[in-house]
Design a protein around this ligand. Structure first.
Ligand code: CA
Length: 427
């Protein structure tokens, strides 16, 4: 990634519909100048506190203050190590605070930090908050959930027959704060391509919205709308937890900046035979035919020699060709079924296209939310809403599903912006 590339980002955090306080926290830091960019890079963090009442809030707030403070003081020598030290510093700060007051014992927080650096994307991660990356038609989870569910699956390969894991899916196995030290997952650097979109989110989002849905919304919507829509979907599906979404999109390279080799997508079509092979095969075939002609019309012995030589050359070339093809065989398609998320430990990947199925689902959600809102007299601009719905329906008929998804998301957000609630909304 280059300093000249723009970074569009937005964040939404919401208390949800069942909680009394919001224990999630987030931060976004864009470098002030090029020197700072070369030294450390842009930084984005989501932290999901735990411990009840003000304790979880305090833990997540310490994390989002300590990590940038330490990271931005770095010398720029090794960003992986710097990010690891920054997350460890946050762990120490939370742990020390926890030991000062009996009410703060065992307070903790998840922490997922993304640094966009000149070396690529680097991730520092503890807990079950997640980092996703959307690139073209795929959404990849770049972090491993430190949860009982994921740890057991890693150990046993499958959770079948162990016990009802869904009762324990929120149990996390690693967090910042409870212990003096913690193991921090450092991932990357991952190459950053123009158009890459990242999502950092708490489990309030990832427990309610599927990977293909997350990917499709990140693909189709600008960061601010994508973040709003993810939080809205979590609330429409019950809002059982605080939810936080930080969406970051990397801009195109300016025309005067050349991409580095890591930024050039590999699009080689390995299914083609290749001109050099074709020319070789044709040349041997020609020698074979000429050999036959010589044998019949001029010198029989010389002709036979030429035919035998052509056959030997064909055999050698065939062996070389088969060897070449086996070395360069393309990886098998990983995801033939769009609706499924496939585990490829330690991460997951899924296809995230705007399909008819997704548009159907979102249109049903809009109809249900609309009915409740009209019955309860929410102060929605129904005229603007109905225009968006009509546009979505027209796009559906024309099979322009991506446009349909954009329009129906606009209409759902126009309703959810007026969601009445007793709690406090933060955004
Ligand atoms: Ca949570």
């Amino acid at each position: 990634m280059h300093w000249e590339q723009t970074v569009l980002y937005d964040a939404v955090t919401d208390i949800g519909l069942r909680r009394q306080n919001n224990e999630d926290a987030h931060c976004a830091y864009i470098c002030r100048d090029e020197a700072e960019w070369w030294r450390c890079g842009h930084l984005f963090i989501v932290a999901d506190g735990m411990g009840g009442h003000a304790v979880g809030e305090l833990a997540s707030r310490i994390a989002i203050e300590t990590v940038p403070h330490t990271f931005l003081k770095s010398s720029g020598v090794d960003p992986r190590k710097t990010l690891q030290e920054a997350v460890l510093a946050a762990n120490r700060a939370i742990n020390e605070r926890g030991t000062q007051n009996v009410d703060f014992h065992h307070m903790g927080t998840t922490c997922t930090a993304l640094a966009l650096t000149p070396h690529g994307a680097i991730v520092g991660h503890v807990g079950d908050s997640r980092l996703y990356r959307v690139r073209r038609d795929r959404v990849d989870q770049l972090t491993f959930d430190h949860s009982l569910e994921w740890e057991l699956e890693r150990q046993h390969g499958s959770l079948e027959g162990i016990f009802d894991i869904h009762l324990h899916r929120n149990v996390i196995t690693r967090s910042l704060g409870p212990e003096k030290t913690v193991e921090v997952d450092i991932e990357g650097p991952f190459p950053i391509l123009p158009g890459d979109t990242f999502l950092l989110c708490s489990d309030g989002i990832s427990n309610q919205v599927t990977d293909p849905e997350i990917g499709a919304l990140l693909r189709e919507l600008p960061p601010s709308q994508a973040a709003r829509m993810l939080v809205n979907l979590a609330n429409i599906r019950g809002g059982p937890d605080n939810s936080t979404a930080v969406v970051v999109r990397v801009g195109e390279l300016p025309a005067n900046v050349l991409p580095s080799s890591a930024e050039i997508p590999i699009e080689e079509d390995r299914s083609q035979i290749g001109w050099s092979w074709l020319i070789s095969f044709w040349s041997i075939a020609m020698c074979f035919v000429i050999g036959l002609a010589i044998q019949w019309f001029t010198d029989e012995f010389a002709g036979i020699l030429m035919v035998i030589a052509s056959m030997i050359a064909t055999a050698v070339l065939l062996i070389a060709f088969i060897h070449h093809r086996s070395k360069n065989r393309p990886a098998p398609e990983r995801d033939p079924d769009e609706s499924q998320t496939h585990h490829s430990r330690p991460h997951r990947t899924a296809v995230c296209l705007s399909t008819k199925v997704l548009l159907d689902l979102l249109m049903k959600i809009d109809a249900e939310v609309q009915r409740s809102a009209r019955e309860d007299g929410w102060k929605v601009d129904w005229e603007a809403h109905d225009v968006a719905v009509a546009a979505a329906q027209a796009a559906y008929r024309e099979k322009r599903y991506a446009k349909g998804v954009r329009e129906i998301c606009r209409s759902i957000c126009s309703i959810m912006d007026h969601l009445p609630r007793n709690g406090v909304r933060m955004s």
